[in-house]
Ligand binder design. Sequence first.
Ligand SMILES: C[S@@+](CC[C@H](N)C(=O)[O-])C[C@H]1O[C@@H](n2cnc3c(N)ncnc32)[C@H](O)[C@@H]1O
Length: 261
Amino acid sequence: MREFWERASCGEELYLNGRDRSGYERQARIRYELEPFIPGFARFNEARGKRALEIGVGLGADHQRFAEAGAILYGIDLTQRAVTVTEHRLSQFGLKSNLDVGDAESLRYPDSYFDVVYSWGVVHHSPDTPRAISEVWRVLKSGGVARIMIYHKHSMVGYMLWVRYALLRFHPTMTLAEIYARYLESPGTKAYSVEETRHLFQSFTRVEISTQLTHGDLLTSSAGQRHRGFALSAARLIWPRALIRRFFPGHGLFMLITATK
Ligand SMILES: C[S@@+](CC[C@H](N)C(=O)[O-])C[C@H]1O[C@@H](n2cnc3c(N)ncnc32)[C@H](O)[C@@H]1O
């Protein structure tokens, strides 16, 4: 799994075409155009003056926002590649963070250390996701808030991949869990139902969960090129986006969790 992310950080090949300020700005602009709900969920500005940890910084766009907001900032990623690019990114903008290679499943911080823990699209890639969530709980102060995005099992992306790799290849018994593990991103990627997520976060005192339709569910971006081919191109042309928005708003790939310790 680490090898998968060492080859290229998330979005690096598609959206990062230069390692200077303008390259990073362009990548961030595309990121927030494709996923405009991130700032509203992450609430970067609320981290001002607070001790905040981001798990899985990737290319560091959100990390930069936390740094600009004035958080007392810490960040980890499983890969040196992501830590190096995020360090470089922050240095280009004169920003600071305590960045380290680290594993969500065994955080090197004391108990009750952070006011905020943020993680976007990371812990579902970790082999023992419940352990990563219990680490988030451990390092949060009482009353501290975790804002975490993981994948939602009952999503249009999952259904599309199932049609492509299970139905059309005559493996109709293949489960959605197998589909996510084999065809979405890093091998072993997981996705959860809302009920399973409630269970994962049961040690928190308050948990709010919502799902979000994404550019992947709506086929509005060039992401998903791994699955390119005639079927995907044809689907893009006829995809019933308005119907999906109206009748399946709860079938988005992203599950946004705000959990208070
Ligand atoms: C899909 S990318 C998301 C990166 C970034 N949060 C974003 O939204 O672009 C997943 C990232 O999580 C990191 N990662 C995966 N498992 C991890 C773990 N157990 N601990 C820390 N980072 C992890 C990967 O190295 C990769 O950079």
